[in-house]
Design a protein around this ligand. Structure first.
Ligand SMILES: *Cc1c(COP(=O)(O)O)cnc(C)c1O
Length: 359
């Protein structure tokens, strides 16, 4: 059977049916219905955060965050992320300024941020890559010193903790994605976690067109999500601990079997960090080796993913080029291996033996 880099977790169908039954009773399908509110309540408790909004996806979450913080001019960001981090900045007519990454964690190199700040800089938006925390303390102190806002793209961070707190609880705003491929999902979906209550209120208005009934407060957008999506989230949330535990067991199997003389990987050794096993990235010796490994796996119907590729500072639709040699180099060699809830350990053995034979 084909093995893909991810496979969506699905709860028992009866559990989903049981929850959506209520939708047929009250005919409330969307617009802040009871299941959306229930999921929001459970997410706040699970993550131990005060302000959280369930939204349509992780990309609209970033766009709403950029808008709500009234950002202008230049936004310092990471070149090593999914394209949505950069395109959200461009979509809001802001200018991304790429700061290179650390080869240790693949996260933005906080030591290089200050040199990229100009009088036009209004914010830093960084991704917790593969669920590993950025240098949060350093970023916070730079932001304070230069009066900048901080947004974290926490799309990979659900279930990870840093210093005893959810990884989604840092910065002015952290966004998350609940897309079907993520550790926790609601088919499509995402959330916005904000520190300030007023900001949360503003984002709540943005989420449904900026009005409440006949009172129009602000320009808004449609960032809502439906009762059906919330129902999937409600089914999956109680299973997150179990999902993460299975991913841990699979990851440890890879750890034990892969040939680390020829491969490397980002470190998990970050003080105060508890991982969610969101991805299993490895770094090949060269792009040629990476392509050889992908070919060999494909012959056995196994599909890993170049994640992230390309380095975002090299996207073809940018109007200027900021060199980021470390990110460009890592993007050429990084491969995410199959990792999902019910991936069999024998399959991991097969994947590893193909990889080790091609290094
Ligand atoms: C998945 C992802 C997104 C986009 O989330 P969607 O819910 O698919 O819109 C944004 N940033 C990163 C880093 C992601 O992995």
């Amino acid at each position: 059977m084909a093995i893909n880099v991810t496979k969506s977790f699905l709860p028992p169908i009866e559990e989903y049916q049981e929850i959506i039954k209520g939708i047929w009773e009250n005919t409330w399908l969307t617009n802040n219905g009871p299941l959306v509110r229930k999921l929001e309540g459970q997410l706040k408790e699970f993550l131990n955060v005060e302000n959280l909004l369930f939204v349509g996806n992780g990309t609209i979450a970033i766009q709403m965050a950029l808008k709500a913080l009234n950002l202008t001019g230049e936004i310092i960001t990471t070149p090593f992320s999914y394209c949505a981090t950069t395109t959200s900045i461009l979509w809001e007519n802001l200018q991304p300024v790429f700061v290179d990454i650390e080869s240790k964690t693949f996260n933005i190199n906080a030591d290089l941020i200050e040199a990229a700040i100009t009088e036009k800089t209004s914010a830093i938006i960084a991704t917790h890559v593969y669920g590993r925390p950025c240098n949060i303390e350093k970023i916070e102190s730079i932001a304070k010193k230069h009066n900048l806002k901080v947004i974290y793209d926490g799309a990979h961070g659900f279930g990870a903790t840093y210093k005893g707190k959810s990884l989604l609880s840092f910065g002015d705003i952290t966004t998350c994605s609940f897309h079907a491929t993520k550790v926790f999902h609601s088919i499509e979906g995402g959330c916005i976690v904000s520190k300030e209550n007023d900001l949360n209120k503003k984002l709540e208005l943005y989420r449904s067109f900026g009005h409440k009934n006949d009172d129009y407060y602000t320009m808004g957008i449609n960032g809502k999500n439906s009762e059906f999506h919330a129902a999937m989230g409600l089914c999956n949330l109680p299973k997150v601990a179990d999902i993460i535990n299975n991913r841990k067991i699979i990851s440890e199997k890879y750890d034990a079997l892969l040939n680390w003389e020829k491969l490397s990987r980002p470190t998990n050794n970050i003080e105060g960090f508890d991982y969610n096993y969101a991805y299993y990235p490895v770094l090949l010796a060269s792009e040629a080796k990476l392509l050889q490994v992908i070919d060999a796996l494909k012959k056995e119907d196994i599909t890993p993913r170049r994640y992230f590729y390309p380095s975002l500072n090299q996207l073809p639709y940018l109007d200027s080029y900021n060199p980021c040699p470390i990110s460009e180099n890592i993007a050429q060699r990084a491969l995410s291996l199959p990792l999902y809830y019910d991936l069999a350990l024998e399959d991991v053995e097969q994947i590893v033996s193909i990889i080790n034979a091609n290094l």
